[in-house]
Design a protein around this ligand. Sequence first.
Ligand code: TYD
Length: 142
Amino acid sequence: MTPDSHEAAVLAQLIHFTPRGDERGSLVALEDCEVGFPIRRVYHIFHTAPGVTRGLHAHRDLRQVAVAVTGSCTFLLDNGRTRETVRLDDPTVGLVIQSMIWREMSDFSPDCVLLVLASHNYDESDYIRDYDQFRREVSALA
Ligand code: TYD
């Protein structure tokens, strides 16, 4: 796995995982802090209905890495100043989503399984679900 800090993108930091391949197929294993933080929670999003946009929030502290282990989807990332979109379509690539980043996920392929590795347990108080509130909190940090 190589942290790819030389992407042209500012927000869309990608991590390339090392697949352990042989004639039977491929396998990616992640241990401990390989994604940049201790993994405290894992969830996956699947069977997303056509046309749906998910996310629409930021986290005050939580850090995450998202991997389209099957299929594809598009992430929009917004730090309050810049917006970027990135298409995830490779099970060996993780998208790092730092704290205080507004994210929206859309254009899910019907087969998309989006795996998310998270730095903390689920905590609703860590969510910012209102975009104007997100902009206010980002400005206050500057
Ligand atoms: P939600 O935050 O709306 O998902 P997304 O941001 O991807 O659109 O979460 C959907 C539901 O799942 C909501 O009822 C909260 C619950 N949930 C958990 O219980 N634990 C979790 O780790 C996550 C991410 C969500």
